[in-house]
Design a protein around this ligand. Structure first.
Ligand SMILES: Nc1nc2c(ncn2[C@@H]2O[C@H](COP(=O)(O)OP(=O)(O)OP(=O)(O)O)[C@@H](O)[C@H]2O)c(=O)[nH]1
Ligand SMILES: [Mg+2]
Length: 335
């Protein structure tokens, strides 16, 4: 297939077109995805999530710039990495005015062939958004980007799901969001591999840092006294302790340390064998999702639309239990 060849050769126009097809769930895009899939598996996928306005886009831009200029680590003199950015937050596109004092450097970023930026259009269902994001990340991986940064607002389950598909999850907090730890939704803290307190230039940053460190210490203690977790940790040789890092994204402070921490986490995943474990869990999850989705779509396609709605009405009227209604739907008894 011609467009697939062009994407594999690094043709950006073909890449942009294919991503649009996938976003719109066009059959041609989904077909191309299957052809590209054997070329995936090389990119380091990094999820950046957190409450609205904490500075995720600013951080992502800075991080991308840093990776292009310095690679992962300044000490090792590592090579510049190609970076793709996917912003899943429709409310603040990357062209937004977050960089008034930084236009020139950002222009460098935008003209750089080693950077590809894509923001996701708003869609009705967040579930669909998660699906499309996963597929788009696969395409960017196949297209050869070494690093894929995925920005999502950590607000609900769908966002947690998107973050969960990353190899490294960075959770961003900032001072002044009210109760320090409440600002980070329960559930998202648990999937954090690295915690960032951005806007460390603002008052209250010290408190936010301390509060997060305390929460992590408590979580660590709970883990150490839990026998299951103990056995698991022994099996995986090394245990990752999520670091808490201060940054000032608008000035670029702390970005090198963040890049280093992400690099360390990736090394940890490889050395401990957790990389393979995570990949397996992620792909299993994705396949189970697709199976559920397609079985349901296949089932519903053979029924008049009213059948399910009628069953739903029976359950709402307490005339049937959900389990009973579903069994009868499957058995074709809809009385
Ligand atoms: N003082 C200060 N302001 C910052 C810092 N980083 C970002 N900001 C500002 O915070 C605002 C939000 O920044 P964004 O990068 O758009 O934040 P975001 O988390 O991507 O926002 P959403 O995508 O809308 O959730 C902007 O006005 C930034 O200029 C920082 O380190 N210090
Ligand atoms: Mg943003």
């Amino acid at each position: 297939m011609e467009s697939v060849e062009r994407v594999l050769k690094g043709d950006r126009l073909a890449l942009a077109r294919l991503l649009t097809q996938i976003e719109n769930e066009e059959p041609s895009g989904l077909e191309a995805l299957s052809t590209l899939y054997p070329h995936t598996g090389r990119a380091h996928r990094i999820g950046i999530t957190g409450a609205p306005g904490t500075g995720k886009s600013s951080l992502v831009n800075r991080l991308a710039l840093h990776l292009r200029q310095n690679g992962w680590s300044e000490q090792t003199d590592s090579e510049a990495e190609s970076v793709a950015i996917v912003a899943v937050d429709p409310s603040s596109p990357f062209s937004g005015g977050a960089f008034l004092g930084d236009r020139i450097r950002m222009r460098d970023l935008y003209g750089d062939p080693g950077i590809f930026i894509r923001s996701m259009a708003s869609r009705g269902a967040l579930g669909g958004l998660a699906r499309a994001t996963v597929d788009m990340v696969e395409v960017l991986d196949a297209a050869g980007f070494a690093v894929i940064l995925i920005e999502t607002v950590g607000a609900g389950q769908a966002e947690v799901d998107i973050a969960r598909m990353a190899h490294t999850v960075v959770v961003v907090d900032a001072p002044g969001l009210g109760d320090d730890v409440q600002a980070i939704k329960a559930g998202i803290l648990e999937i954090a591999d690295i915690l960032v307190v951005n806007k460390a230039d603002l008052p209250g940053a010290e408190n936010t840092l301390r509060a997060l460190q305390l929460v992590l210490e408590l979580a660590g203690t709970a883990q150490r006294t839990n026998p299951d977790a103990k056995a698991e940790n022994a099996a995986s040789k090394t245990v990752w302790q999520p670091p808490v890092l201060p940054t000032v994204a608008i000035q670029g402070d702390g970005i090198a340390e963040l890049a280093q921490a992400i690099h360390n986490h990736r090394e940890h995943l490889d050395l401990s064998g957790e990389y393979a474990v995570r990949e397996r869990a992620r792909v299993r999850n994705e396949m189970e999702d697709l199976l559920r989705q397609q079985l349901m779509a296949g089932f519903l396609a053979h029924q008049p639309e009213s059948t399910f709605e009628d069953a739903l009405a029976m359950v709402l009227a307490k005339k049937k239990a959900p389990r009973q209604a579903v069994r009868e739907l499957i058995e074709g008894r809809n009385g």
